[in-house]
Design a protein around this ligand. Structure first.
Ligand SMILES: [Zn+2]
Length: 164
């Protein structure tokens, strides 16, 4: 559930669509930032040379490393990588100058699928694959049905001047 109060100005793209709830009191107090405007994410410990950052860098595909960029506070932003029962959404391309968000819807697996695939409830439907530019990240979320919250929808619509 996205609360309007948790939407802030994005330190990366400047839109007012950065979802960043107050961290829940706990041991680490890491603050997460998910921007629905540009689709990039970061958190308060994702800074160059931090342990978290170095670990990310060993795991990420080259395109993600290419697109990683610091904001004024030194937080390093990376493109979204989402995988849920609704779909997959990730940055796809050859390099930082030539890429787009790739969105693929999920469909239920069937008896005819290979054994390995049948173990899962859902599989990607490659015929639904569509590409969205960084500026159209929100459209990819709508395409995959990942945005359902009414309050958020209203805000996005007024912020972006779109009618859906
Ligand atoms: Zn942004």
């Amino acid at each position: 559930m996205v609360h309007q109060d948790d939407l802030k100005k994005c330190d990366r793209c400047g839109s007012n669509l950065c979802y960043s709830p107050e961290p829940i009191q706990g041991k680490d107090l890491i603050r997460n930032y998910y921007c629905f405007g540009c689709g990039f994410n970061t958190n308060s410990i994702c800074k160059v040379d931090s342990e978290f950052y170095n670990q990310q860098m060993t795991l990420l595909p080259d395109l993600y490393k290419d697109l990683a960029g610091e904001d004024g506070e030194g937080k390093v932003w990376l493109p979204a990588f989402v995988q849920s029962e609704k779909g997959m959404l990730y940055a796809d391309g050859t390099n930082g100058d030539n890429w787009a968000y790739c969105a693929i819807k999920m469909i239920p697996t069937t008896e005819e699928d290979d054994e390995l695939i049948r173990k899962e409830k859902y599989k990607p439907d490659n015929s639904s694959k569509r590409f969205f530019s960084e500026a159209n990240f929100k459209d990819a979320l709508f395409y995959l049905g990942m945005v359902e919250d009414e309050e958020y929808l209203t805000l996005v619509k007024s912020e972006l001047g779109i009618s859906l």
